[in-house]
Design a binder for this molecule. Structure first.
Ligand code: ZN
Length: 250
């Protein structure tokens, strides 16, 4: 069974751990309604995008089967509570990606259970919370996720993430970041798993206003449109009848 999507609105669920904003006044000042709401508000400016939020402390982390069934693209921000995400919910999200749901994984969610499961790799990296500037080079300017972006753009302060990044070879690398301290990082990369498109995007440390940056918001909107499913195909492994009569044995 497969269902082809129509030209209806793209239904985006923005999932956020939503802990730093409640515990840290600096983070709360930057994201008073949570990182998820900052991202959702930027996406809602685009006609044809509908957003809903889901957070860790809701029942089933806000990701019931009904919510996932009504989600075309899932965005994921997590950091301090990856271990609190239920394995059952991770399996549910994973299955939905394989069916065709798009997934956008942000910043410290490189170590989330769902990203590690989708990648099948260490997802490890170098990091530093200091005074680095981040310069993102668009190394694949014709990719839809890079539409409308300049050749490079900068975030005046960000956490550093450095190579080596423990990911399987991406389908496309779209951004490479340079940091003041000298490191570089594949900060925007895509993969496909099953029928689902996956995009990892690096910026977004909670103590910096990166999700208020116009270029970052453009990347996320582009990624939502790029990751939109074209099919929904449940996993199946059926025995097949022949399409034509087979030669008689012997
Ligand atoms: Zn961070």
């Amino acid at each position: 069974m497969s269902t082809t999507t129509t030209t209806a609105a793209i239904r985006v669920t923005v999932w956020n751990e939503y802990r730093h904003e409640k515990k840290n006044a600096t983070v709360a000042a930057i994201y008073p309604d949570g990182i998820h709401e900052a991202i959702a508000a930027a996406l809602r400016k685009h006609p044809g995008v509908e957003t809903r939020a889901a957070t860790l402390d809701e029942p089933e982390h806000g990701l019931t089967q009904a919510v996932l069934d009504a989600t075309d693209v899932l965005i994921w921000w997590g950091h301090m509570a990856h271990h609190e995400v239920s394995d059952d919910i991770v399996r549910r999200v994973h299955a939905r990606v394989l069916e065709g749901m798009g997934m956008i994984v942000l910043h410290s969610a490189h170590e989330s259970k769902i990203f590690m499961a989708l990648m099948g790799d260490t997802c490890s990296l170098k990091w530093r919370e200091a005074t680095d500037k981040e310069r993102l080079w668009v190394v694949n300017r014709s990719h839809p996720i890079a539409a409308g972006l300049p050749e490079h753009f900068e975030l005046p302060a960000e956490e550093m993430y450095g190579e080596p990044f423990g990911i399987p070879e991406p389908e496309h690398v779209i951004f490479i970041s340079w940091f003041t301290g000298g490191e570089v990082f594949r900060s925007g990369a895509t993969w496909q798993r099953g029928n689902g498109r996956i995009f990892y995007f690096r910026p977004g440390h909670e103590t910096y206003p990166s999700y208020h940056d116009a270029n970052v918001q453009r990347v996320l909107a582009n990624a939502v449109f790029w990751a939109r499913p074209t099919v929904r195909i449940p996993r199946a492994c059926p025995r097949a009848e022949p399409l034509e009569p087979l030669p008689v044995k012997g």
